[in-house]
Design a protein. Structure first.
Length: 438
């Protein structure tokens, strides 16, 4: 297997997986409201999903680092398919908030089997096949493909939801079965050797994972800073992503579900635009933290502006800017993390970082959900934007470390796009020589 084959398989798996997931993204909040929950109940159910991810990240990281990344991904698709159909069943029988909380936790479990595993599989396989390119560009390409999948999924989900709000959930379950079959044939552990995991050995493995997380995650200052940054940004983004459908439809004065689908598609396009900017800027820019700082600042301004948007179209533009900035942040943060952690703990540390993000999501959705219930969704956006300001000093601290993982392989002979910021170009650096640990 060649590096290009690995990248192609990664793009297929990530694309179909995101297509299935995104079918419900534009209608999830509307579905829960239609099922009888109030706005606070919606965010409690979503917070339960994030709490489930927080609880299960480490145990599922153990599975990915023992039985293999492929086994973890296949379990993810199976659990998510069952959990998604469970949502439909609860709504059909008129189940209340407690049942939605339970099913949300199961969905959180399903996503933890995915988080970290696919990234770890990709990076290990690329290393094993002699890949000498730029990881930022691979992740950006992957994010671009998943953005396209999200575009198709959200449009399709919006139109299916206009017929019946349950249809996007059923479609998601079907697509998850399809991606399970695809991964069964094209996703194989390369560059990593799985080993057996028995029930008796599980507590010891969890303790070892905890030690590895502290040593290679918390113990590495760049990773620790990224974890806090993820906690802060995810504390708002998870809530902000699910709050916009009722907020924008209220500004518009309409309740047409298909409008939410169209806006979701525009969000996908803006995220793809952010991904494309990453691939372009990393050809010339000297530091990853330059991209992260600019993206965080733009995102914060857009979020605060959303709290004061007085019209539907202003709100749409600001949401697109917010998600475009998120499209820049994601692949760059991924590259920093993977440049630092060793292969054996790759899935574990990525899951540990995801655990921090999930913790922020759970707290953010609960707190901002309560604020939206007592005041307004607009107040939640204003407060959430102010909270994201806390990420800026952490990013500056990350920049001051001047770690090898912050350096980007530039293009010789071309002026750095960051030269105006006084940042030196990095032109003749072989990515194979960068350190995997500080």
């Amino acid at each position: 297997m060649t590096s290009q084959t690995v990248i192609r398989n990664y793009l297929i798996i990530a694309g179909v997986y995101t297509l299935s997931a995104s079918l419900i993204w534009g209608v999830n909040t509307l579905f829960l409201l239609d099922a009888g929950l109030d706005i606070m109940g919606v965010f409690i159910a979503n917070a339960a999903f994030s709490a489930g991810m927080f609880l299960f990240e480490i145990p599922t990281g153990v599975l990915a680092d023992t039985r293999g990344r492929r086994a973890s991904f296949l379990l993810s698709t199976a659990v998510l398919s069952l959990g998604t159909l469970g949502y439909v069943g609860i709504a059909a029988v008129g189940g209340g908030l407690s049942l939605f909380i339970l099913m949300s936790i199961i969905l959180g479990l399903g996503f933890t089997f995915y988080s970290g595993a696919v990234e770890a599989w990709l990076v290990d396989a690329l290393n094993a096949t002699g890949f000498d390119g730029n990881l930022d560009q691979v992740f950006a390409r992957g994010a671009f493909v998943t953005g396209g999948a999200m575009l198709l999924g959200t449009i399709g989900g919006g139109f299916l939801g206009d017929v019946n709000l349950a249809l996007p959930f059923v479609g998601r379950a079907v697509l998850l079965i399809i991606v399970f079959i695809v991964a069964l044939f094209v996703m194989h552990d390369i560059g990593y050797t799985p080993h057996k995991l028995t029930l008796a050995a599980l507590p010891g493995e969890i303790r070892q994972v905890a030690r590895n997380s502290l040593t290679y995650g918390w113990g590495e200052r760049p990773i620790r800073l990224i974890m806090f940054i993820s906690f802060i940004q995810s504390g708002f983004l998870a809530w902000g992503f699910y709050a916009w459908p009722p907020y924008l439809l209220d500004l518009l004065g309409e309740d047409a579900v298909w409008i939410a689908g169209v806006v979701s598609a525009l969000i996908a396009l803006s995220t793809m635009a952010g991904n494309a900017l990453v691939e372009w800027f990393t050809r010339f820019c000297g530091k990853r933290t330059t991209l992260l700082l600019w993206a965080a600042a733009v995102q914060t301004i857009a979020i605060i502006g959303l709290g004061f948007a007085g019209s539907f179209w202003v709100g749409v533009i600001l949401i697109l800017i917010m998600m475009g900035a998120a499209g820049v942040t994601g692949p760059v943060q991924q590259a920093v993390v993977h440049k630092i952690i060793p292969s054996e703990q790759r899935a574990t540390i990525v899951s540990f970082n995801s655990m921090f993000s999930s913790g922020g999501s759970a707290l953010g959705q609960s707190g901002l959900g309560a604020l939206a219930q007592s005041r307004s969704i607009a107040a939640g956006y204003a407060a959430g934007g102010l909270f994201t300001l806390l990420a800026l000093p952490l990013l500056l601290a990350l920049r001051r470390l001047n770690h090898d993982a912050d350096k980007i392989v530039g293009t010789a002979g071309k002026r750095s796009a960051c030269a105006a910021q006084g940042i030196p170009e990095v032109t003749a650096v072989d990515p194979k020589t960068t350190h995997t640990a500080a």
